[in-house]
Write a protein of this length. Structure first.
Length: 66
């Protein structure tokens, strides 16, 4: 059972460093991690989350019609 306070999705520092290594060939500094964190928070809060929710719920509605 999923509880009210369960985390649905997270990005760890390790996840971020793995992406950095794949994309730019090196780990990020602490300052760069802070910039990335702000960018992720902004992206999720301002557009990506809304687009993601719309996609998820549209897909659920379409599946229930079939």
């Amino acid at each position: 059972m999923i509880m009210e306070q369960d985390i649905i999705f997270s990005i760890t520092k390790e996840d971020l460093q793995n992406e950095a290594m794949q994309r730019i060939g090196r780990n990020l500094t602490d300052d760069e991690i802070n910039v990335a964190k702000k960018g992720i928070e902004w992206g999720i809060a301002n557009s990506a989350l809304d687009i993601t929710y719309n996609t998820i719920f549209t897909e659920m509605i379409n599946e229930n019609r079939n």
